[in-house]
Ligand binder design. Sequence first.
Ligand code: GTP
Ligand code: MG
Length: 385
Amino acid sequence: MNNTKTAVVVIPTYNEAEVIGDMIDHLFGKVFPKIPNWQIHLLIVDDTSPDGTYKIVEKKQKQYPNLHLYLNKEKMGIGWAYVVGFRYAIKQLKADVLIEFDADFQHPPKDIPILLAKIDEGYDYVLGSRKIEGGLNPKGWGFKRVFFSEVGGLVARLVLFFPGKSFFKITDPTTGLKASRVEGFVDQIDMDNLYSYKFGYKLEFLYRMVTLGAKVAEIPLRFGLRTKGESKISSNTAKDIFRTVSLLRWHDPATQSFLKFGVVGFAGYLVNAISLAIFSRSGWAEWLAWLFSTELAIISNFTWNNLWTFVDKKFTRTIDLIKKFVQFNLTSAGALIIQTVTGTLLTSFFGPQYRQIYLPLIIVFLVLPYNWLMYNKIIWKIKKT
Ligand SMILES: Nc1nc2c(ncn2[C@@H]2O[C@H](COP(=O)(O)OP(=O)(O)OP(=O)(O)O)[C@@H](O)[C@H]2O)c(=O)[nH]1
Ligand SMILES: [Mg+2]
């Protein structure tokens, strides 16, 4: 039985004639022979570079049988190059793992065996990071490039993942050095409908891999300075990254339910505020007015969250509705206590004239976070099958 797995290193190129020959020789001569437990192919995706990069690749193909060339007719962008390259690698070369790599020696070739060793350890997605111990950006970068790399990376992480655990775990979201497992991950990504086929594809693949539950590892990346050829990074790159991460976050199912949860919560607040005003004007005891108006808000929240916010996990059978409503009241008891106690306390400290200010403050800072947690972890928790 042959257990050797196949890795395909994909290098997109546009006008890299100055470096591509050296890179091919270096990889086949010095790097791939050091990885005997993997069958390795090198796939160059060139956009018919005017400087004739692909002609150099064609020549080298006579020397290296595992060297492949995919030629696009015109400049299509780095994301598109990876999409066609990945498809080719999966279909024609039967890739188990895909490695993203630059032509210009900024990614140290000696990192390739390190990426694959992590895959061997059981990780699904291995990222070269410039931000962890041992990694760095080129010393020669000017202020602007460093600024864009640092701020861009942070904004991308924030928009994509905050406050999820990936925000803390993934330190360098715009990195271009990666190894991705195909089965169960890359083969699940709909590459026909990406938001970006330019630089933003990097963030999109990152988001999809993480969402698919990939086990992620980072290795330090000492990103070198480009010494030959020209940079393809343009002023549009930052815009493309921001646009892509914003679209991904906006369409994230959790974002959509959070927005609905906000609307439902606001409706609950109105129910709460109006009934509080009515009850307290009717001369009810302070605590009783808070208690009953809050319970009315709870009933409103339960109904609309079930029908709208968590519609894909909605319960309809009467028995479930009763059970869940009881459960909802129990978790809401926490909210009820928080509101009743803080509301009563605030009123007794600062006076009843600010009552309608305490309520929204209590809701936004205490009740909202608490409820979101309870709804997702307890009430509308998806049962893993
Ligand atoms: N096929 C193809 N390859 C591209 C395109 N844009 C960039 N590339 C390749 O993608 C890799 C990364 O691009 P670079 O310009 O080096 O980007 P970078 O490393 O972030 O920027 P520098 O530090 O300035 O080099 C290189 O191998 C480029 O030749 C494109 O539109 N089509
Ligand atoms: Mg580069």
